[in-house]
Design a protein around this ligand. Structure first.
Ligand code: SF4
Ligand code: SF4
Length: 183
């Protein structure tokens, strides 16, 4: 790898990182962050990975679904799969202002590989069949080269497809051994 190529790579990483950081900061400022409002459904795998990291399980709750808060809300098969017989869903706890309890002033308190799969996949839109595109609610979708931005952020479609497979497998309780599925 030539020095020039490395310099270009780092320059692109920097530009994408700054772009996303500014977009996320602006969302936080105007109250439209994707870490607020939504009911983030957790799989048993998510709960295991997060509790292993935090050392406790005081981050999730079973509560009735709020249809306008459910994420993802565009997959017609999602709700029937995640709704428990008691009529509740397993979600991240939220504050009174509807912010995720794991959100801090400097962003998410979890390392990337411990975040719920739904969080890792955002802003991709998807169903069990695959990727549909990018959520137009996220300012990153306004970037003509949003695919390149996500590639540069180490969220390429190839990884997203693995996360989608794991997400639906875990939702269906076909849990693969931890640490096996995601590099
Ligand atoms: S909606 Fe997009 S830009 Fe805004 S906080 Fe979420 S990922 Fe960042
Ligand atoms: S777990 Fe992290 S990324 Fe997901 S909603 Fe909470 S703060 Fe945001």
């Amino acid at each position: 790898m030539s020095l020039c190529f490395i310099q270009i790579l780092f320059k692109n990483l920097f530009i994408a990182g700054v772009f996303v950081a500014l977009s996320c900061m602006n969302c936080a400022r105007i109250g439209t962050s994707c870490c607020t409002h939504y009911q983030i459904i957790l799989t048993t795998g998510d709960i295991q990975r997060i509790s292993d990291f935090l050392g406790h399980q005081n981050f999730f709750i079973l509560e009735p679904p709020v249809l306008e808060d459910i994420e993802p809300d565009y997959d017609p098969f999602w709700m029937p799969m995640v709704l428990k017989p008691e009529g509740v869903v397993c979600v991240l706890k939220r504050t009174r202002e509807k912010s995720c309890v794991l959100l801090t002033e400097t962003g998410c308190s979890l390392p990337y590989d411990r975040r719920p799969l739904i969080c890792r996949l955002y802003p991709y839109k998807y169903t069990e069949e695959g990727i549909l595109g990018i959520d137009t609610d996220c300012p990153i979708s306004g970037e003509k080269e949003w695919g390149c931005v996500l590639d540069t952020l180490d969220m390429p479609t190839a990884k997203a497809k693995q996360w989608i497979s794991l997400l639906y497998a875990e939702v269906r309780n076909e849990i693969k051994p931890l640490h096996e599925a995601i590099p």
